[in-house]
Ligand binder design. Sequence first.
Ligand code: PEP
Ligand code: MG
Length: 324
Amino acid sequence: KKAEWAKLKNEPSVTADGVHVELAANIGTPDDIEGALANGAEGVGLFRTEFLYMGRTELPTEDEQFESYKKVLEGMGDKPVVIRTLDIGGDKELPYLELPKEMNPFLGYRAIRLCLDQTDIFRTQLRALLRASVYGNLKIMFPMIATLEEFRQAKALLEEEKEQLQNEGVDVSDSFEVGIMVEIPSTAVIADQFAKEVDFFSIGTNDLIQYTLAADRMNEQVAYLYQPYHPAVLRLISNVIDAAHKEGKWAGMCGEMAGDEVALPILLGLGLDEFSMSATSILPARSQLLETKKADVEAVKAEILGHATSKDIEAYVRNAFPMQ
Ligand code: PEP
Ligand code: MG
């Protein structure tokens, strides 16, 4: 099977009925680019920049960040690269920020919340991203967006830094997209409102599932409630994709679910445009896509979403679209 997959490395990701979707890689450091390309990634769907901030004693400088972003963009050539702004907090700590201990870190002061509060940290990252924007096909993504105001504030800060850089005579691209992660149910529910203002969505199922079912993604005792195929999760995903398409925008997914073999036909049928996963899942997913007709899954979309439990949905999909 491995040899079969290897042959697909330079092939496009198309379904059995000829529909192209993008299979991209999730990366944590610029060095991960090599593995992504070796596994046939058509882009980077998620660069988790928090690793630049971790395992050290102080914040990375603008120049350090710029070098990392530039390296990733140049390494990927003209392929799309989605870089996510700092998503610290929750399970990822930065001791040198000396943040207060919280009762519920996953519901607390993290990611965009911290960035919109400590804007000096955020502005430094935005400047590094803007300076790197001329070196490839950059898309900037904000994590943990819960309200439209948060997106507007983040975008305004980005615009301010862009203008500032241009006044300083620094080259900044005019064509990069700005999107958000959809990983909080409030945002998934009003995706139609967001779709008017963002350039794209990337669905973060790792968090979206835990917030939808109120089941901590790190807690073994409630792991049985962490259900990717729960009909509520699928309806939220479907809503996000439809909302994006109504406004002519694209919708991707960068949570673990994007690389799951049962989820793949479901997501294809719901119309997902981009699947971003760990590099090693890309070739198996491409092989599965080649054997799956999008029209077949679309035809049973209502049936899939109509089941009442996760178990029923999984059983139905495994039966209708047998995995190898
Ligand atoms: C997610 O929440 O699905 C996601 C991709 O982000 P992270 O796993 O970094 O929280
Ligand atoms: Mg997340």
